[in-house]
Design a protein. Structure first.
Length: 280
């Protein structure tokens, strides 16, 4: 398979980057680029025809699988030593792979419809492993075994990326489930002491305190403590509207041992004291 892509730096569009290593296979064309950059620049990618690409960035250990229509694309790069593995995959093989790998199927339709918009799947932290595998294959393979070793390497690239993508999706679902459980517990137990005790609350959900805070922000969009106060204030306001209970009793019902703390929080939230509100 022949290369369909050229890379340039915006600072020197007259000279395409030359790969340090390259490998042509009937399923893909692979190029390894290594270059030092001493200032901010843009990496320009010129694509002659619609292509499926796997790009592994050794600097950030990130790897992405994407579909790109023909055209020119660019990305900002920062100073430092860059190692980039560019794998251009044969479209027929990607079609075949996507039939059985559901997380990759979003790549197919743009290619079939010749869409003018690229599709870039999530980044996975497998680049360093792929770079190592590519170097080992280039050193160890012989001309006799080139087809077989190339096939193994390319399948390994897809498998590692896809496995990491599934793991990422599973982790995301786990976090969403935990966040929903925390939200439900806080809504039902906002008046209890445990919601004010971060270590106990974290232990209940078997996560660290820091992770609990992250999950709470995922669930509420605001810090956990702020959400507890918000629920308590709304509940206190509801009691003032719908009952004749005294302020000190309402304070106890919504989680405040001392009525003065409730009064301060209420005034900060609504601009007037609960006592004054009750008289309105």
């Amino acid at each position: 398979m022949q290369s369909n892509i050229k890379l340039y730096l915006a600072s020197d569009l007259l000279q395409a980057l030359n790969p340090k290593l390259s490998f042509s296979h009937y399923l893909a064309h692979v190029e390894l680029f290594e270059y030092d950059q001493d200032c901010n620049d843009s990496l320009i990618m010129s694509i002659a025809r619609p292509s499926f690409l796997m790009v592994a960035n050794g600097r950030s250990n990130s790897c992405q699988l994407s579909y790109h229509p023909a055209g020119t694309f660019q990305k900002m790069i920062h100073p430092g030593c860059h190692k980039l593995l560019l794998i251009e995959l044969r479209p027929e093989w990607v079609m075949y792979k996507c039939e059985n790998l559901t997380e990759l199927q979003s790549l197919i339709m743009p290619y079939r419809t010749n869409s003018g918009s690229p599709v870039i799947l999530p980044s996975c932290s497998v680049a360093k492993g792929l770079l190592k595998s590519f170097r080992e294959m280039k050193v160890q393979t012989t001309e006799l075994n080139m087809d077989k070793d190339g096939y193994i390497f390319l399948n390994r690239c897809i498998s590692k990326y896809y496995g990491s993508l599934l793991s990422r999706a599973a982790t995301s679902q786990y976090h969403q489930h935990k966040a929903a459980a925390i939200a439900s517990f806080i809504s039902e137990n906002f008046a209890s002491e445990v919601v004010d005790d971060l270590p106990k609350l974290a232990a209940k959900f078997m996560v660290s305190e820091r992770h609990l805070e992250r999950l709470a922000r995922m669930a509420f969009g605001i810090p956990l403590h702020s959400q507890v106060i918000k629920i308590r204030m709304n509940s206190g306001l509801n009691h003032l509207h719908t009952s004749n209970k005294p302020v000190h009793e309402i304070a106890g019902l919504i989680g405040y041992r001392e009525p003065c703390y409730f009064s301060r929080a209420f005034k900060k939230c609504f601009g007037i004291s609960p006592t004054y509100w009750a008289k309105m």
